[in-house]
Design a binder for this molecule. Structure first.
Ligand code: DAS
Length: 331
C-alpha cells in the first residue's frame, strides 16, 4: 500500500552531524550515513515517506563546487517524483553550499532544506537530531514549497543569500545579517511569514565554462600594501573586503584599479553587515573613487557569497555590465 505521506529524500554529505569518534579516540570524523541519522529522529517516520542518499562523507571544507553542482542536478532530476529534500552537511561551508544551490536551483517548487549540527552525536546536548527533525518538518511544509533552498538551524529558517555561520561553536551559530531569519519551527509548527521579493533566473551549470573560474578574496587592513601582480596571478576575478561603506587606503587605489583592468574586482564590506555606499564620500580611496575607477560594488553581499556569484557569472560567460547588473539586483 502506498503511503499518503509526502515523499522526502534525505541526502547526507558528512559534517559534524554525521561524526563519531576517530579510531584513536581523539576528535570526531564524519562516518554516519542517513539511516543512522534518521534513527536519531524516530518521529520523522510519521512525517514523511523518506528515502535516503549518502552523497558524500566529508568535512564540509572538502566539498567542492562540482560536488554541489552535482547535488543540484540530482535534486533537479528527482524533483518531479519527490515532495521535498533535506541535505545534511558540515556547518563550516553551509552558508556557501546553500547559496550555490540557491543560484543553481532558485525556487523549484519543492522545499530544499539544508541543516547540520554544531555538536557531534557523542557530545552532551548534541543538536543534530533536533536540527534534522526541524529540517524535515520544513521540508514537508507547504509554506516552504515556493521558496528556493533554505537553511534550518536551531529552529530558525534562513535564506541562503543572507545566512552566515557567525559563531565558531554555539549551537545557534547561524545568523542572517540584514534580514534575520525568515521563519521558525516551534513544536510541530513551521512558520515562514517572510519571503524574498524574487529570485534571479537560476544559472545553468551545463553551460559553465570548464575548469571553473578561480576567484580570490583579499581583505584590506590598516596600512595594507598595494596589490602586486603575484597576488592575483592565476585569478579570473577578485573580491576585495574593504573598510566600512567602501573604503581603502588611498595608497592602494592605483593597484586595485590596475588589477580591475585585467580581471573584475568586486568590493564588499568587511564589516559583516550593511550595503556599500555609492555617493557619500569623495576622498581618495572612497567608495566614489573606487566606483569611478571601474570596480564593481558587491552591494550587501559578504565575500564568500560574492565569490560564488562571481565564479558562476564568469563561468556563464558574463561580461562586466552583466556582472554589475547581477550584483546590483541579486539581493
Ligand atoms: N565544523 C564542522 C561541522 O560543523 C565540520 C564541517 O563543517 O564539516 O560540521
Amino acid at each position: 500500500m502506498s503511503s499518503s505521506l509526502p515523499r522526502l529524500l534525505v541526502v547526507t554529505l558528512g559534517g559534524t552531524i554525521a561524526s563519531v569518534a576517530a579510531a584513536d579516540g581523539v576528535g570526531a570524523v564524519p562516518r554516519l550515513g542517513p539511516a543512522e541519522l534518521l534513527a536519531s529522529v524516530p518521529a520523522a517516520a510519521g512525517l514523511a515517506d523518506i528515502s535516503v542518499k549518502s552523497f558524500r562523507q566529508y568535512a564540509s571544507g572538502d566539498l567542492s563546487l562540482d560536488d554541489i553542482i552535482e547535488l543540484a542536478e540530482l535534486i533537479r532530476e528527482r524533483a518531479d517524483e519527490l515532495d521535498g529534500f533535506v541535505v545534511t552537511q558540515g556547518t563550516d561551508t553551509l552558508e556557501e553550499t546553500s547559496y550555490l544551490l540557491e543560484l543553481l536551483l532558485g525556487p523549484i517548487g519543492r522545499p530544499v532544506v539544508l541543516t547540520g549540527a554544531m555538536r557531534n552525536p557523542s557530545l552532551p546536548g548534541a543538536d543534530g537530531p533536533a536540527n534534522l527533525l526541524a529540517a524535515i518538518r520544513v521540508a514537508v511544509s507547504p509554506s516552504a514549497a515556493g521558496l528556493g533552498p533554505v537553511v534550518v538551524f536551531a529552529d530558525e529558517v534562513h535564506l541562503p543569500r543572507f545566512v552566515r555561520k557567525a559563531h565558531s561553536s554555539h549551537v545557534a551559530a547561524f545568523r542572517s545579517p540584514h534580514a534575520g531569519p525568515i521563519g521558525w519551527v516551534t513544536e510541530d509548527r513551521v512558520r515562514i511569514p517572510l519571503a524574498p521579493s524574487g529570485y534571479p533566473a537560476p544559472l545553468r551549470p551545463a553551460r559553465f565554462t570548464r575548469p571553473l573560474p578561480t576567484v580570490g578574496i583579499t581583505k584590506i587592513g590598516l596600512g595594507s600594501a598595494p596589490l602586486r601582480p603575484h597576488h592575483v596571478e592565476g585569478l579570473d576575478g577578485l573580491i576585495v573586503e574593504v573598510f566600512g561603506g567602501g573604503h581603502v587606503p588611498s595608497t592602494i587605489v592605483e593597484s586595485l584599479a590596475s588589477v580591475n583592468e585585467s580581471i573584475p574586482v568586486v568590493m564588499v564590506t568587511r564589516t559583516g553587515g550593511g550595503e556599500l555606499y555609492e555617493s557619500t564620500y569623495a576622498f581618495p580611496g572612497s567608495e566614489r573613487d573606487l566606483l569611478d575607477r571601474g570596480l564593481t560594488s558587491g552591494r550587501a553581499f559578504d565575500a564568500a557569497k560574492a565569490r560564488l556569484l562571481l565564479i558562476c557569472l564568469l563561468a556563464s560567460g558574463a561580461q562586466r555590465p552583466d556582472i554589475k547588473e547581477r550584483f546590483d539586483t541579486a539581493l
